[in-house]
Design a binder for this molecule. Structure first.
Ligand SMILES: *[C@@H]1O[C@H](CO)[C@@H](O)[C@H](O)[C@H]1NC(C)=O
Ligand SMILES: *[C@@H]1O[C@H](CO)[C@@H](O)[C@H](O)[C@H]1NC(C)=O
Ligand SMILES: *[C@@H]1O[C@H](CO)[C@@H](O)[C@H](O)[C@H]1NC(C)=O
Ligand SMILES: *[C@@H]1O[C@H](CO)[C@@H](O)[C@H](O)[C@H]1NC(C)=O
Ligand SMILES: *[C@@H]1O[C@H](CO)[C@@H](O)[C@H](O)[C@H]1NC(C)=O
Ligand SMILES: *[C@@H]1O[C@H](CO)[C@@H](O)[C@H](O)[C@H]1NC(C)=O
Ligand SMILES: *[C@@H]1O[C@H](CO)[C@@H](O)[C@H](O)[C@H]1NC(C)=O
Ligand SMILES: *[C@@H]1O[C@H](CO)[C@@H](O)[C@H](O)[C@H]1NC(C)=O
Length: 345
């Protein structure tokens, strides 16, 4: 055998060993491997589970498909849902969770889980819902999330993860429709075209670079948008020309400047909730506000508005609350409709 042939032979032997290892690692997963995974998850949590839910309920010898928080598929009796939000759980997320290969819904929000998000979670390709919000998880937001191509809902608010989001975090998330994040930094290209069209977007206290992001403007199906405390310094008309279906708009505590667009009721005709308090919006209130006929709650306080409150706001039949208050606090009481100056309030 010549030297080159020997090298090729060696290479091939390593290659086949690798194939064997790979096959062993993906030995078939079944109902009993799911039970092992759940018990491993329990063993990482139970020690400090204050209500002892898992300790008493997830007990060996009973059918794990009846355990609290677990839903199984009918046919293969594989775990499809693991829903344990607000259960006072402490501890870490065991890596065995990655073997629950039928899992579509994982919600561990509002517990006290710590440690990092295990990389095995990237194996859960069937995931539709992933919510780890309000825990004490640490580390970065893993890039494998961007490969979970069935994901429709991703919740990571108040996670204490130390995160910068890149385009790769969303690479294959074409089905994503509900994204909720907080206290993260976005480093995406200005002209990034995301693969998704969201209906709901929450970005609380995120550093999105000062301007209203173009990728958010592209979300034409948005119904709920919350971007409080994100240092947005654009005008409203530049930001929101594209999301006609918005019913809830929360942009409190930014640096939004300029006036309330005088065609706001054509731009956002279905608004129920409008929260623009703590910005730098100036000018007077346009009569077009009265065209927001489904408005329920509105807060425009702590801006730099001037002039009078349009009397026609008293005609908004659903309006329950407005700040600053019109007409002595009762917007529906037309008899008391003395226009008040913002400066007075
Ligand atoms: C499940 O798979 C394991 C190996 O991964 C095997 O030992 C076990 O017999 C299988 N159980 C069933 C019920 O198929
Ligand atoms: C666990 O809780 C569920 C729902 O409350 C109940 O149906 C089930 O019987 C319990 N299982 C055990 C082993 O306690
Ligand atoms: C969360 O866990 C830490 C210790 O791990 C504990 O000090 C803290 O009190 C827990 N918080 C809650 C709300 O249970
Ligand atoms: C606003 O965001 C900053 C970080 O960008 C944070 O330090 C601050 O606590 C947030 N304020 C509120 C009211 O959430
Ligand atoms: C807006 O909502 C209507 C009614 O639900 C729907 O038919 C339409 O497709 C939506 N438009 C967009 C751009 O999502
Ligand atoms: C609102 O007015 C702006 C100009 O001020 C215009 O560009 C935009 O097309 C108008 N939008 C609607 C929905 O009428
Ligand atoms: C609003 O503020 C901008 C500067 O941010 C200024 O150019 C404009 O004249 C102001 N408009 C009113 C009506 O005060
Ligand atoms: C508010 O506007 C007035 C004039 O319209 C201006 O003098 C004042 O500086 C503005 N205040 C802020 C905080 O922008």
């Amino acid at each position: 055998m010549g030297k080159e042939a020997a090298i090729i032979f060696l290479f091939l032997s390593f290659y086949s060993i690798e194939i064997l290892v790979a096959v062993a690692a993906t030995s078939p997963l079944n109902s009993s491997t799911d039970e092992h995974s759940l018990l491993a998850i329990k063993s990482h949590i139970i020690a400090s589970d204050p209500n002892n839910i898992l300790a008493s309920n997830w007990s060996v010898g009973t059918d794990f498909c009846t355990w609290i928080g677990i839903t199984c598929s009918q046919k293969h009796l594989r775990v499809t849902k693991l829903i344990l939000f607000t259960r006072g759980l402490q501890g870490t997320i065991a890596k065995e969770i990655g073997k629950l290969s039928f899992l579509t819904n994982l919600n561990l929000a509002q517990n006290n889980l710590s440690g990092s998000i295990p990389s095995s979670l990237g194996d859960l390709k069937a995931l539709i819902e992933l919510d780890l919000s309000s825990n004490r998880l640490s580390g970065e937001i893993p890039l494998f999330l961007g490969q979970l191509s069935n994901l429709e809902y991703l919740g990571l608010t108040f996670s204490s993860l130390d995160g910068t989001m890149f385009e790769d975090h969303f690479a294959k998330l074409s089905k994503l429709s509900d994204l909720r994040l907080s206290s993260l930094k976005f480093k995406v290209k200005l002209d990034w075209v995301p693969p998704f069209q969201l209906r709901r977007l929450v970005l609380k206290s995120c550093d999105i670079g000062g301007q209203f992001p173009q990728w958010v403007q592209m979300q034409k199906e948005l119904e709920y948008l919350e971007m409080n405390n994100c240092s947005i310094s654009d005008t409203l008309s530049k930001s929101l020309y594209n999301s006609k279906n918005l019913t809830s708009l929360y942009l409190s505590n930014n640096h939004i400047q300029g006036p309330i667009p005088n065609n706001i009721s054509q731009m956002l005709p279905f608004l129920n909730y409008l929260f623009l308090d703590q910005n730098r919006i100036n000018g007077s209130l346009p009569d077009s506000l009265c065209g927001l006929k489904y408005l329920l709650l509105m807060d425009l306080s702590k801006n730099n508005l001037s002039g009078y409150i349009p009397e026609c706001l008293g005609n908004l039949q659903y309006l329950l609350y407005m700040k600053p208050a019109t007409y002595n606090g009762c917007p529906r009481d037309k008899s008391a409709s003395t226009p008040m100056k913002y400066e007075d309030l």
